[in-house]
Design a protein around this ligand. Structure first.
Ligand SMILES: Nc1ncnc2c1ncn2[C@@H]1O[C@H](COP(=O)(O)OP(=O)(O)OP(=O)(O)O)[C@@H](O)[C@H]1O
Length: 237
């Protein structure tokens, strides 16, 4: 599969501190790619670097276009939607209002309504709670809303930061099942950052392992699942 996104020698900084030390990786068009790594390895910072939320250097190409100088708004308009860690829903707004915010790239009222119906078909619980304030939703429902809000942008690439964080296994399964549908049926490419390595490798086609700001291993999900180092350090067997 051709690369939809290519990152070459990307560094990221918080103030003077360099947290990504020149990482390179690719995200295949139409696939699910995952970035694995221990706490503090730089997974969240990698997604932030792609979205323009941290200062970065290096080369980032999306659909062949150089985007490393782009603002977050321009990156989003080009087709990259970011579901941040901690969900990032607007807690004082209702479910419906959150979805409308996500729909800012849609032109007509009809397109917004259609998009919303589409999201409710994925997550019926959101329909029941459409007038409820996002801050009062359960963790799982907030994650569903965060994903839906990002999808309202009609992205080509979805950046997902720890969607399983703090959720019960049944809810995690529900969310991962929907991510698979979004990828397979809608053709949205996904770049997933996850601490839940077994789940991530189950969903992904390709994986990259990040250690202290550098990419150290990459391969198909199957190859990484069989890798001794991954088994010992991340899968626990
Ligand atoms: N706002 C910030 N200011 C300064 N340093 C930061 C900031 N955010 C993250 N860092 C540092 O950057 C490094 C990478 O953090 P990052 O959150 O990207 O890692 P991660 O792999 O996503 O970890 P986790 O799984 O724990 O979220 C860490 O050393 C962290 O302390």
């Amino acid at each position: 599969m051709a690369a939809l996104l290519e990152a070459k020698n990307v560094e990221a900084f918080y103030g003077p501190t360099r947290v990504l030390k020149g990482i390179s990786f690719e995200v295949a068009e139409g696939g699910v790619t995952t970035i694995l790594g221990a706490n503090g390895a730089g997974k969240t910072s990698t997604l932030r670097a792609l979205s323009g939320l941290v200062r970065r250097t290096g080369e980032i190409r999306f659909a062949g276009q150089r985007i490393d100088g782009y603002t977050t708004e321009k990156t989003a308009a080009l087709g990259i939607a970011h579901v941040p860690d901690g969900r990032g829903t607007l807690v004082n707004m209702t479910v419906e209002e959150n979805l409308r915010v996500g729909a800012y790239l849609r032109r007509s009222k009809r397109e917004v309504e259609e998009g919303m119906e589409h999201m409710f078909s994925y997550f019926p619980r959101l329909r029941e709670r459409r007038q409820q304030q996002a801050g009062t939703l359960s963790g799982g429902e907030q994650q569903m809303l965060a994903i839906s809000r990002a999808l309202m942008q009609r992205p080509r690439l979805l950046l997902m930061d720890e969607p399983s964080f703090g959720l019960a296994p049944l809810v995690i399964r529900e969310i991962f099942d929907i991510m698979r549908v979004i990828n397979k049926q809608e053709g949205v490419s996904i770049l997933l950052v996850e601490q839940n390595v077994a789940r991530a490798l189950d969903l992904a086609d390709h994986a990259w392992l990040l250690e202290t700001g550098s990419t150290v291993i990459s391969g198909t999900a199957g190859e990484l699942r069989d890798n001794q180092q991954i088994r010992r350090s991340y899968l626990g067997f």
